[in-house]
Design a protein around this ligand. Structure first.
Ligand SMILES: Cc1ncc(COP(=O)(O)O)c(C=O)c1O
Length: 406
């Protein structure tokens, strides 16, 4: 495998550790660290008309242009935000507000007051729809099966001339399953509804062409793609009216108030520059992921790989390991120098099993035995081999402890 083509990322302060939790966050590109001091010297307010605003304004304009070119959209269709959660909240609440205030999208749309999503979205989507439900709106949560596959028949049944917005993630953060977003967006369009996709886990893991996706809105986040935390994106197709979540100044053409984070926007532009080479990186990372899965199945009994035969992003594997508590397993692996996850990072520390796995029909006990491995550019075959060896030992130890405790 040719690894030297990968862009360099900074090493963790504890460099002996192996990081397999890239769906939670990624390390930062070395080029971002190297360019940061130059970007930071442009400390002016990008909205200032005098000299101090010109540098930062240029940095933001160039980053926006570069990102638009890579994602195949117009720079004016991009809105910088603080991250994926804000992007998701803004789109869903923004569309809701527009319909509530009868800022109609086209004649007859005043009757559109229903919403559709899946049962396995990130909390920054799921909780917003629960909020809309609390406001009396009808929200349809389309079921997803144990392999992660969405029920398209049910989707077709609930889509109607009353549907205002459909929101379906591009790739699931816990299982890596890729949803048929293009097809679902086409169906929404035929019903006259708007379509949003949470593309946070897609960036850098699959080819993104927003013209081809043909969605109305999409969300992305910098820190899932080798850039900085606190910076994300909304794609809002030309012609859409988007009610801003944060009101105030006229930044981002009035769609997102607040002085821009010049450093993080420049960094996102830098990271997105690597999207050219993404098919090569994805294939190599996928090879490592497949190697983990085949070795685990060969060496450890009672393991189910969620969605193994389905369309998944290449870096993610979610294993249900019978008879082992996922949190205990995670802590033991941490002691051995491996960082993995038991579900969404945002809910770690929370003893409740993953709502995503429960929504997919797994029993509590099964969901509590899950382990998510998400690989990145700097991982190696050596790390993968060492991991499987340690995992086998830890699983055997925990299973025998469980047996001896009755
Ligand atoms: C699918 C998905 N959407 C949204 C988010 C939230 O992104 P951010 O951490 O930038 O707010 C995450 C983060 O885990 C995610 O995985």
């Amino acid at each position: 495998m040719v690894k030297e083509k990968f862009p360099e990322v900074i090493k963790s302060p504890e460099s002996s550790r192996v990081y397999f939790d890239h769906n939670a966050t990624t390390p930062v590109l070395r080029s971002i660290i190297e360019n940061s001091s130059e970007w930071l010297t442009q400390w002016g307010n990008p909205s200032s008309i005098h000299w101090s605003g010109r540098g930062p304004k240029k940095i933001i304009r160039e980053a926006r242009k570069k990102i638009a070119q890579k994602l195949n959209c117009s720079p004016l269709e991009l809105i910088f935000t603080s991250g994926g959660s804000e992007s998701n909240n803004t789109v869903i609440k923004g569309v809701y507000e527009s319909f509530e205030q009868k800022m109609r999208w086209s004649p007859g749309d005043e009757h559109r007051n229903e919403y559709i999503t899946t049962g396995v979205e990130h909390p920054s989507v799921r909780k917003v729809f629960e909020y809309l439900k609390s406001k009396g709106k009808t929200v349809h949560f389309i079921p997803v099966d144990r392999e992660g596959v969405v029920d398209l028949q049910n989707y077709q049944q609930v889509l109607s001339p009353r549907t205002a917005l459909v929101s379906v993630m591009y790739a699931n953060n816990e299982t890596g399953h890729v949803f048929p977003v293009k097809e679902m967006a086409r169906m929404a369009r035929e019903a006259g509804a708007l379509f949003h996709t949470d593309g946070v886990q897609a960036l850098g893991k699959t080819r993104i062409d927003l013209k081809e996706w043909d969605v109305d809105f999409a969300s992305f986040s910098g820190h899932k793609f080798y850039s900085l935390k606190g910076c994300g994106l909304i794609y809002s197709k030309t012609g859409n009216i988007l009610h801003g979540l944060i009101q105030g100044g006229g930044q981002e053409r009035g769609r997102r108030a607040g002085t821009e984070n010049t450093l993080a926007i420049a960094a996102l532009g830098d990271a997105i520059d690597h999207l050219n080479d993404e098919p090569l990186y994805s294939a190599q990372v996928q090879e490592l992921r497949n190697s983990i899965e085949s070795q685990v199945l060969e060496r450890i009994s009672g393991v189910k790989i969620i969605g193994q035969g389905t369309n998944r992003i290449g870096n993610t594997s979610n294993l249900i390991i019978a008879g082992v508590d996922g949190e205990t397993l995670l802590m033991n692996l941490d002691l051995q120098g491996f960082s993995v996850s038991t579900g969404a990072a945002c809910s770690s520390g929370n003893p409740e099993p993953s709502p995503v796995l429960l929504a997919m029909g797994f029993k509590r006990e099964e969901a509590q035995s899950s382990l998510r491995i998400s690989l990145g550019w700097q991982n190696t075959q050596g790390e993968v081999n060492e991991f499987v060896e340690k995992l086998e030992k830890v699983v055997n130890k925990l299973r025998s402890l469980k047996d001896s405790n009755g």
